[in-house]
Design a protein around this ligand. Sequence first.
Ligand SMILES: Nc1ncnc2c1ncn2[C@@H]1O[C@H](COP(=O)(O)OP(=O)(O)OP(=O)(O)O)[C@@H](O)[C@H]1O
Length: 735
Amino acid sequence: MGRMGLNPRPYSANPTDYKLLEEVGYGASATVYRAIYLPFNEVVAVKCLDLDRCFSNLDDIRREAQTMSLIDHPNVIKAYCSFVVERNLWVVMPFMAEGSCLHLMKIAYPDGFEEAAICTILKETLKALEYLHRQGHIHRDVKAGNILLDSSGFVKLADFGVSACMFDTGERQRSRNTFVGTPCWMAPEVLQPGSGYNSKADIWSFGITALELAHGHAPFSKYPPMKVLLMTIQNAPPGLDYDRDKKFSKLFKEMVAMCLVKDPTKRPTAEKLLKHSFFKQAKPPEVSLKKLFVDLPPLSNRVKALQLKDAAQLALKKMPSAEQEALSQSEYNRGVSAWNFDIEDLKAQASLIRDDDDLTEGKEDDEMIMTSTTSAYEKDSNDCRSSLGQPGISSELLPAESKVKLNGDEVSSSECLNKKGKIHQSDLVESPRPGKVSSMKNGISNEMMPSTSEMDLQAKAKSQTMKSRQTHSGPLVQNMVLSHSLSERGRTTERGEGETLQVTDRAKCEVRRAPSFSGPLMLPNRASANSLSAPIKSSGGFRDSLDEKSKANLVQIKGRFSVTSENLDLVKDIPLGAVPRRSSQGSPLRKSASVGDWMFDSRQTPNCQSSKEFSCNSLPANVIMPHLQNLFQQTSLQQDLIMSLLNSFQTAEVDAAQNGKLPPLPRSLENNGIADLAASQRERLLLLRITELQARMAILTEELTAEKLKHMQLQQQLSSLSIQEENGGQMEGDV
Ligand SMILES: Nc1ncnc2c1ncn2[C@@H]1O[C@H](COP(=O)(O)OP(=O)(O)OP(=O)(O)O)[C@@H](O)[C@H]1O
């Protein structure tokens, strides 16, 4: 790799020529440092990509770095050079002293920017997109977190981590049928692999970014990624349509609406969009943007404050993933947010969620902000405070104080609140050793939680009474997918009732690897970092475990969901409310475990009462019969689905055993050398899941049996009725 680009002043590929200073940002796979390039005594940014945490192979990364180096546009960040240092790829770039728009909003503009600033930011970003698209690139990760500002207010679009070349063929082209990007910002066509997409996907993300800049967060950003995915596909596109948006001009609303059209062919190109009247009013960046940060402390201090905030937030949420999984069992019965096996239920849930729910939650967030905002940085402190609480959960429920470790020093969240920007330089990362950057993370830990069963019970009980809806969203890590929503709520409440979270060395974990919602869908080991951003790739894990028949019928793979043409038709035909959920009891038929045939159990022959019920039934048989058939069909379908899920779990276990691998261990435990404990916990959890599925299958089987029985009885009644009718007819004839 080495030197790249057309820069007349070449930068060396020697890591010792760079003095890494403080951290100024981190993403899903990278940490960014302010650095000095010693030969020129020039400030640069060095992005240290942890190659172990990247999905791409080295060739892809090399290509991306090459792409960055060939960029030549004032609104697109270019790479001066890049080179490998141990297991990291260092990419040297211009330093953007004010960081990303996302950082800025998180620190000082939690409700978004005013329209004039948004207009300028968007126009500059659009110029970057217009250039990239003209060069044949799709950026694929347009969002506020990737729009950087320098000290003059100039705007540059960053992060080619997931960009693609429109002219690519073969493998790389095919990879564009996978999920790449960050769920909230992803266009519907990107979320539906197989349909393919092009530069218009960036226009959708651009529209979402406009909403993000207007509100301080992207639409749906508080929901788990899988829900975001469904909402993006099924709901009407978001827009500037609510009361809170009255302050925005018609032109702005119109421009956003043009971008957020589900049919990509109906979206304008970047070139055309730039000509929209909204952008005619844009002021130069140095006029409308510089004032946004003029009163703020230096970027490194802001980043530090955000890290503390993340850490405090994490301290409230974090627990060993095995515990999280166990906790989520109750929720899993019903069909959880991320791992929802009941597609119809999930669709219904998604369609019930309105964007203005976000608004309500936002207000709840705001209500938790404690003090008035006398200075921009004080705002951050307040923001920090607000982030400590789960939206909708009152401050009394929060622990008295949560402590985090920052570079070895224990810092309490209240200190974070009181610091008001006065973070001592000594707190800062000084100069990480080349190649060791990924290990220099702020540690945070929490005390071991109560036992799984205890927690589960309490979470179950408390989740019933919690009014607030789960509002996190975040990385869909394979081992953590069961951990969201209800379980989180239960846990938070529980902690709120007197449990003071403490830091122990035993359960250290990395702040940026925490399950932060509104983040990426990701595979295990993929770090969630930017809190609000990271790539998403389909796991395909579930697909692999489908049987051959299912594979043959496979029409779509959506993350962990595989929809087959077979079950698609059936699912389509099932009326939503008709799916039987209760368990019927006393079935006379039992499934033989050995042969799988239906056996009649004489001890459980229905009593007279039930027969009477049937005979008293005033509904004619021809009305009941189709309904029963329908129920029968649904129950069979559910049984099939459960069987295939069960198979998939078993296959996964067998595979793991054959490969000598267990499912990935919870990172915090792994780090603390108690991997064995974690492995056995995971085994227990898998067994639990299997048992639960089996129990569910047994219930469904019983229901099926009951329906079959009713069917038989109705048939008997029908035949006796027809015999009676025949006899009656004959008697009339005789008379
Ligand atoms: N040149 C730069 N100057 C200053 N800050 C930067 C620079 N590049 C990146 N950053 C900061 O670092 C953060 C992470 O960088 P980046 O987005 O490139 O990492 P990433 O791992 O690709 O993240 P993600 O995949 O989550 O988008 C940015 O959001 C920004 O705040």
